[in-house]
Structures are given as structure tokens and as C-alpha cells.
Design a protein around this ligand. Structure first.
Ligand SMILES: Nc1nc2c(c(=O)[nH]1)N[C@H]1C(S)=C(S)[C@@H](COP(=O)(O)O)O[C@H]1N2
Ligand SMILES: [Mo]
Length: 342
């Protein structure tokens, strides 16, 4: 099947949408990390680090458990100068949507710090020849981790630029060998009301049904941009960002990027998705970022880019079609009316 395998070898070839790290305004943390990597004689690790090497390197960077580090490797080129600035770590980890821990933006960081993510098993099954149940640690040991700097555009019209660390979903799907019936990929968040208070009462969780579920077409899932993220800013994911493993689909509204995933199921029919179940006229299955299709209650033409000043001083910038990733993904939708299939 699709043997687009360039990310599997130790050396990652630089695709057109990748840019040198030096083109991204480095946060001091990156500088520091680079110095440590150089000091350790690991300067050559410019791409992906195979699993066996992870633990040793990650241990160096932070005393907070558990951490990991990679060089920022890849940057998605954009004509928009705003993207040269990363959203600071403290904003990425304090302004969150994770309704299982509460609906206010500050709730997830406040309510999730005891969230137990070890051990964590991920089930991948459905229309595949080789279903697996795999521990996250095994998964991270088996695949090279990559850093991807992506814009995250929430349907609520704010956005961030986040340096994720993760594994291309395509690599993981190849491992389970999808069969010819596999047309969609369904994702499911952990259901554990004891740990996730928002799941106890639907009102506290914004009236949505749990577990949170999401889905992609198989072509979307196999696109090289689609990432299963296990970290950001050089560390494993904080709980509020979806520890230990979450999806990142940068050309779609943020709600597609489902957090704390326990199951990935390949299916022959389109799977239900949490937000379209709640309000199908507001949130569709595709949810591609599209400045031409407004939300029924607000415009999607612009967005507020969160930087050091937080949401309230955030600059308003123009929203780009497919969040600026059209060159990589527009082909997926050449036969689709994006106004109808929003
Ligand atoms: N399980 C789960 N996943 C989720 C959400 C959620 O409430 N529950 N919120 C989504 C929304 S609306 C957005 S914008 C992103 C936010 O990711 P971040 O908090 O890491 O920025 O997570 C998405 N994934
Ligand atoms: Mo969102």
C-alpha cells in the first residue's frame, strides 16, 4: 500500500513545508537545549531520535517528570510573518480546551495535574490485518519522534503556534496494516469520570457526550502532516494538552485534535464525532479551517493569534484557507463542496 516512508528512516528528508529551525524565533528553552545537545556531542541529531536514545537525552532537560527533548526540526512555511513567533509555553499550557476537566480555559490546567497517564495502553483495531494493544512507552520506543511546529486554529477564532513532538499517524497505521475496508479512522478519548470530573455531569462538560470521539478519512489520516503528538516544547505533553497522546491535524479546527486517546479504530463507515453530535449545523465532520465559511454565530475570516500577551492583547490576523496548509492538503478535497461539507 502507500509506502511513503521517508519519515521512518533515521534521516528525515526536508519536505517543501519544512523550514530550518533558525527561521523560527527561538525561545530561550530551545537555545539552552541546543547547548546541552552540543555539550553532549549529540549535535548531529538534527532529525529524529530513535527510541532507545530517548530516555537518556530526555532526562537531561528538566527535573519535572517525565520529560523528553528533541531539536525543533520542521517548520511549516507560511507567507504570514505572524507565524515566526511561537506561542509561549505558559500560554500553550494555561489556555486550553479539554472539557473533561472543565469548560473554562483555565480549568484543564487546574483540574488535570493529578491525571494518571502511566501505564497507558492504546488499542488500534477495526479494519486492519494486525490489530495491536500497545503501551505508549513501547510506541515511543518503536518510532522516531519528530518535532513539528504547527499553527493550531480553534473554531472559536483564536490560534497559537506550537512546537509539537510526535509520530506521524501514517507510520503507526502502517504498522497495523489497514485492509481494503478501512475508509475512516475513529479516535476515542479515555472515559474515566473519577479522573475527569467533566464526564460526571454533562453540564460541567459542556453538555457533550463522553467519551469524546473524533474521526478522519483514511486519506486525511495518512497525510504526512497528521501527527500523533506525545509532547510539546521539548517535553512530554502536560495533562491539559492531552497527555500522554493526542491527535494534531493542523489544517482542521482544533476540536478535531482529540486528546488523551485510548483507542484508534479503522472503520468502513464515517464514525460519529462529538461536536457534530452536539450541533451538526455548527460543527461538521470535516471541520477544515475555512475563512469563507462562517460559524453560524461568528465570522471565521480572522483569528486572534495568542502570544506573550495572552488572549486579550492577541493580534487579529487573517485566517488562511486550510490554516495555511493548502499546498499539502487541498488535493484531498478537490471533489468536495467545502461549503456543504464543512
Ligand atoms: N478529549 C478532548 N479533546 C479535545 C478537546 C476536548 O474538550 N476534549 N478540545 C478540543 C479543542 S476545541 C481544541 S481547540 C484543542 C485544544 O488543544 P490545546 O488545549 O492543546 O491547545 O483540543 C481539542 N481536543
Ligand atoms: Mo477548539
Amino acid at each position: 500500500m502507500m509506502s511513503h516512508n521517508k519519515f521512518r528512516s533515521g534521516i528525515v528528508t526536508r519536505a517543501t513545508w519544512q523550514e530550518k529551525e533558525s527561521n523560527v524565533t527561538p525561545q530561550s528553552v530551545f537555545k539552552q537545549r541546543r547547548q546541552i545537545i552540543q555539550a553532549l556531542g549529540l549535535g548531529a541529531i538534527a532529525t529524529s531520535i530513535p527510541g532507545a536514545v530517548h530516555a537518556g537525552i530526555f532526562d537531561v532537560f528538566d527535573s519535572a517528570p517525565p520529560t523528553q527533548a528533541l531539536q525543533p526540526l520542521q517548520y511549516v512555511k507560511s507567507p504570514n510573518a505572524e507565524d515566526q513567533i511561537l506561542t509561549p509555553f505558559d500560554k500553550v499550557t494555561s489556555h486550553n480546551n479539554f472539557y473533561e476537566f472543565g469548560t473554562a480555559k483555565s480549568d484543564p490546567a487546574e483540574n488535570s495535574q493529578q491525571f494518571n497517564t502511566k501505564p497507558w495502553q492504546l488499542v488500534i483495531d477495526g479494519e486492519v490485518d494486525k490489530p495491536v494493544t500497545i503501551d505508549i512507552d513501547d510506541l515511543m520506543a518503536r518510532f522516531p519522534l519528530e518535532e513539528r511546529i504547527y499553527r493550531l486554529r480553534c473554531v472559536e477564532a483564536w490560534s497559537m503556534v506550537i512546537p509539537w513532538i510526535g509520530i506521524p499517524l501514517a507510520s503507526i497505521l502502517r504498522m497495523v496494516a489497514p485492509n481494503s475496508q478501512a475508509k475512516y479512522v475513529a479516535f476515542e478519548t479515555l472515559f474515566d469520570p473519577e479522573q475527569m470530573p467533566g464526564q460526571k455531569h454533562r453540564l460541567m462538560g459542556g453538555g457533550i457526550q463522553y467519551p469524546y470521539v473524533e474521526g478522519l478519512t483514511i486519506a486525511e489520516a495518512m497525510n504526512p502532516l497528521t501527527l500523533l503528538s506525545v509532547g510539546l516544547y521539548g517535553k512530554t505533553l502536560p495533562p491539559q494538552n492531552g497527555a500522554p497522546i493526542r491527535l494534531v491535524v493542523p489544517w482542521k479546527y482544533g476540536f478535531k485534535s482529540i486528546k488523551s486517546i485510548v483507542r484508534i479504530r479503522l472503520t468502513s463507515t464515517q464514525p460519529p464525532t462529538t461536536w457534530s453530535q452536539l450541533a451538526a449545523n455548527e460543527y461538521g465532520f470535516f471541520a477544515n479551517v475555512n475563512p469563507m465559511v462562517d460559524h453560524p454565530r461568528w465570522s471565521q475570516a480572522t483569528e486572534r493569534r495568542i502570544d506573550a500577551g495572552g488572549l486579550f492583547s492577541a493580534r487579529r490576523i487573517e485566517t488562511q484557507m486550510f490554516n495555511g496548509y493548502g499546498e499539502q492538503v487541498a488535493d484531498l478535497y478537490s471533489n468536495i463542496d467545502l461549503k456543504r461539507f464543512y
